[in-house]
Structure formats: C-alpha cells, structure tokens
Design a protein around this ligand. Structure first.
Ligand SMILES: Nc1ncnc2c1ncn2[C@@H]1O[C@H](COP(=O)(O)OP(=O)(O)OP(=O)(O)O)[C@@H](O)[C@H]1O
Length: 254
C-alpha cells in the first residue's frame, strides 16, 4: 500500500510543529527540497531515509542551528523559521545531537542545569529541575560525578536529561540510541513511551529500523532531500518508493 506523503496534514489532534515547503541549499547541493510535515501533541514520529537524505539537515532547520533557505517552520502557532536555537528552545523545542557532547569537566547535574537555566536564573530551582530530569532517566544517583566519567550509554541518557530539563513540548532526538547495548536500547524506548504519555511529542532519527518501526506512531521518509512517504510504520515499509530508496527493503524482524 502506498503511503501518500501529504497524509501528514490530515490527522486528528493538536498540531505542535508544522514544516511547510522547507528547503536548504548548501553551495551547489539542494540538501532539502520542499519538505512538508507535521507533528501532533504526544506523537512519536520516526524520521528515516538513506545516508545523506537530509534528516539531520531538517533537524538543524527546525531547531535553528541554521535557517532554511525557503519555507516555514511553525511551533505552537508561532513562526520560528530562522530564529536562533536558544529562542526556539525557549518556545518549547529541544534537541539532542548525533555526537553527544557533555561538558566533561562539569558534573552530571551541572550539565543538566545548563538545560534548566533556559527558564530560570535561580541555581536552586535549576538544580531541582535537573534532579527531576536525572531521576527520570535513572541517573540521579550519579548527579555529582564528572560527566566525562560516564559510559556511552549513560552519556546518552544525560543528553536526554539535558534536553528534558528545558521542559519541551517537542523533542528532536538524533540517533540517541546509536552505540547502546540491546538492554540500554530497550530502556531508552521505555523512556520514549513515558515521554509520550506525559504529552511530549518526539521526532526521532534512528538507524535501528526495528526500534523505529516499533516505537513510532508515524514514519516520515526522506530521500535525496525530498519527502517520499508518510504513514504508519506498517504502511511505510511496504511503500514502493521507500523500498526503492533503501534498495532491498527493510529487515525489521531481525
Ligand atoms: N553544513 C553543511 N554544509 C554542506 N553540506 C552539508 C552540510 N550539512 C549537510 N550537508 C550535506 O547535505 C546532505 C544531507 O546531509 P544530512 O546530514 O542532513 O543527511 P542525513 O540524512 O542526516 O544522513 P546520515 O544518515 O548519514 O546522518 C548531504 O549530502 C550532506 O553532505
């Protein structure tokens, strides 16, 4: 069954994020071309596509790392296209990066307080928010250790805690499960589900196809900078354009 790419606009529920006609050009390369999508409150959307499809570039345009060359990004009704990332974060959008980069000389709690300080200047209040976030990801007992001492798996949870401490309505997660053990991945998926239950929306880039198909309510597929499909995971894996883009199709049962 074909999953039409513009289905993205036709679901029930409150729309949190709207991406309309977004394009991004780097010198001679059209990295994104007229991409549309929406994310509703409390949805988990998987963003997939072959290497170089434009997934991270779309995250960068949405989160204000750089402005889109064309099109608009609207967050809770506010046009945030081209705004700097700290303003977009304050408006309710948080993201994690493909390469985790904790401030290694700071403690685990201090790293998360960096996120919390977006809403408060008070150190005590920021510490309280940070501790709640660390509790949530299961790192509260390591709050006073240096962040550089953490394993890769724990650093990923720290990254998540730092993003959550900004109290976002939507979280963009860029390969936060890369490098995790199967046990840690399972734990991470559990955290995603809990976030959804709290009403936080998640937009997730992940190469682990089984995980993404398992966790996502809907999946958006990019190929060579264009949206080629949007639909429920079971629909998307059967879509001819998607199978062609991935050559050979998916192995989600692996
Ligand atoms: N800052 C940049 N300057 C120039 N070209 C860039 C820049 N960022 C990304 N690109 C190019 O844009 C295209 C899309 O890259 P992007 O990283 O968004 O893809 P992706 O889907 O996230 O890929 P991957 O799965 O490999 O991470 C690629 O051809 C990439 O080389």
């Amino acid at each position: 069954m074909a999953a039409a790419d513009d289905d993205s606009f036709e679901r029930d529920g409150e729309t949190l994020l709207t991406v309309e006609g977004v394009g991004k050009r780097f010198a001679g390369l059209q990295a994104l071309d007229n991409v549309d999508m929406t994310v509703k409150r409390g949805e988990i959307i998987g963003l997939i596509g072959p290497n170089g499809a434009g997934k991270t570039t779309l995250f960068n345009c949405i989160s204000g790392v750089f402005p889109p060359t064309s099109g608009t990004v609207t967050l809770e009704g506010e046009d945030v296209s081209g705004m700097p990332s700290h303003k977009i974060a304050r408006a309710g959008l948080a993201r994690t990066f493909q390469i985790t980069r904790p401030l290694e000389e700071l403690t685990v709690a201090e790293n998360v307080m960096v996120g919390a300080h977006i809403h408060t200047r008070r150190r005590g209040e920021a510490r309280d928010i940070a501790m709640e976030s660390l509790e949530f990801v299961g790192l509260a007992d390591r709050a006073d250790e240096e962040a550089g001492e953490l394993t890769v798996g724990a650093q990923k949870r720290l990254e998540l805690a730092r993003a959550i401490a900004t109290q976002p309505s939507i979280l963009l997660l860029d390969e936060i499960m890369a490098g995790l053990t199967p046990q840690e991945s399972k734990q991470m998926l559990g955290l995603f589900r809990q976030l959804r239950e709290r009403g936080t929306s998640l937009l997730i880039i992940e190469h682990d196809m089984k995980a993404i198909m398992n966790i996502s309510d809907y999946v958006k597929v990019l190929d060579q900078g264009q949206g080629i499909a949007f639909g429920k995971p079971a629909e998307v894996v059967e879509d001819d354009r998607v199978i062609e883009a991935y050559i050979g199709g998916f192995d989600v049962d692996a």
